[in-house]
Design a protein around this ligand. Sequence first.
Ligand code: SF4
Ligand code: FE
Length: 482
Amino acid sequence: MKSVRDYKESLEKLSRKVYAMGKLVDNTVEHPLVQPSWRSVALSYDLAEHEEHEDLMTAYSPLTGGTINRFTHIQQDREDLTRKIKMLRLMGQRTGSCFQRCAGLDCINTLYSVTHDIDNAHGTSYHRRFLDFLFRVQSEDLVCDAAMTDPKGNRRLPPYQQHDPDLYLRVVDRNNEGIIVRGAKAHQTGALNSHYIVALPTTMMGEKDRDYVVSFAVPADAPGVSFVYGRQPSDTRRLEEGGKDAGNLYFGGHEALIIFEDVFVPHELIFMDGEYEFTPVLVERFASYHRASYGGCKVGVGDVLIGATGCMARYHGIEKSSHVRDKLVEMNYLNETLYSCGLASSCAGTQLASGNYFVDPLLANVCKLNVTRLPFEIARLAQDICGGIMVTLPSDQDFQHPQISELLKKYYQGIEEIDTATKVQMIRLVENLTLGSGASAYLTESVHGAGSPQAQRIMIERNMNLEHKMELARSLLQAPPF
Ligand code: SF4
Ligand code: FE
C-alpha cells in the first residue's frame, strides 16, 4: 500500500491540464483551493497504516493475494459491505468533508459484476481486461475517479438526439488499437486527486445511442484530458491570509468538470462498448452502491456537526437547557437513522453471478432518499443552537487588528472558561458545514450526489413490490385454513 508521501508524489508526477479560477495550475497538491481535498483523500492512505483501523481500512484481496486498501477492494461478503459503511463513517468523522475516494470504489465494484455479465451474454473479454486493470489499482493503491455524469444538455432528449452530439461522452472514431472518445463528465468528485478516470454511461440507453454506451479507464494525464475546478460557497476564504475563516481548516472536498478532447483509449482499458441493454443494470448497481455509501460518509460528517453544535451549546452556556438537549437528541436520532439505512442495505446484500456482493437496492435507495432530507434538518438545528452570530461575526483579519482585537475578544467571549478564539473557530466550522464550502458536500451533494431524489423514488417504486403487499392485504380478508 502507498504511504501519504507516495500518494503525494504520485499525483505530482502526473502532467495534467488543470484550470482553477481562470488560471492553469501546476501542482494541485499545493494549491490552496485543492489541498484540503487532497488531504481528505490522503487520510485514506494514512489511516490504513494505523493498526487500530486495519479492520476497516484494509482488506485481503483474492486477486493480488495480499493486503490492500479497502478503498480498492471488491466486496466478497456482507461483512465487507458493512465494513465499507463503517470505514466511510470513520473517514467522515476525521475529515468533516467529502473524502472522494468512495465513488471510485463503488465504480470498480459495479464494473466487476457488469463486465462479467456482458461477457456471459456476448462472449466478450471485458471482465479479463477489467481484472488486469483492477490488479493495478489494488497493487499500486490507486485512486479512481468514477466518471459517470454527462452534461446531458436537453434532459428530455436521449444522447443521440441532442443538438450537440458531444453533450454525452461518446466514441467518435475507432482504429486497430482502440477508440477515440469526446465529451465531458460533470461534477467529478475528487477528479484532481485521482490517478485514473473510469468512465461509465450515465443513464439507460437504446440502440441508437450505441456510440455513447462506453466504459473505459484512462490515466488522469492522458493526452486530450483537461480539468476545470468547480467553485464552492466561500471557497476563496482559503486564499485569505491564515485561511481561518474557511472553517474546516485542513480538510475539504472538490468537484471538477473533466473534458475529453478526442482521447485515445486502448482496447485493454475498454470495459463496455455498445452493449446498451446492460446500461440499466450498470446504472442501478453503481447508483445503489453509492446511495448506500452516503449512509456512512454523511453520518460521519453529521457526527462532526453534532459535536460542533454541542461545543457551541457549551460555549454559550446553554448546554443544560432542556430544549437544547432535546435538539441534540433529535440531531443524533436523525443521523443514526441514516447510518441504520446504510448498514441495513449492506446486511441485506446478496451475491451476484460474478461472486461479489451487492447492497440491497431498495434499502440503499431509502438510505439515499433520507440523506436528501435529514442532513438539512440536522443543519437547521445546528444553526438554531449556534445562533445568528454565525452570519454576523467579523473576519479573522478584524480579530487580528491591533486596534480592535482586544475589544472583539472581549465582546465575543462566551463562558469564561473558553477563549474567544476557540469559540469563533467552532462557529466557523458550523458555518462551513451548513453554509460554506462544506455545505456543498453535506447538503447540496446530499440532494444530488449519486442521483437526485426523484431517481431514488423511481427505484423505490420499482423495488417496492406493491402487488405482493396488495396480496397480503387481500389474504387477510380470507378466513385462515385452520
Ligand atoms: Fe464518498 Fe460521500 Fe464523497 Fe460520495 S459524497 S465520494 S460517498 S465521501
Ligand atoms: Fe458524492
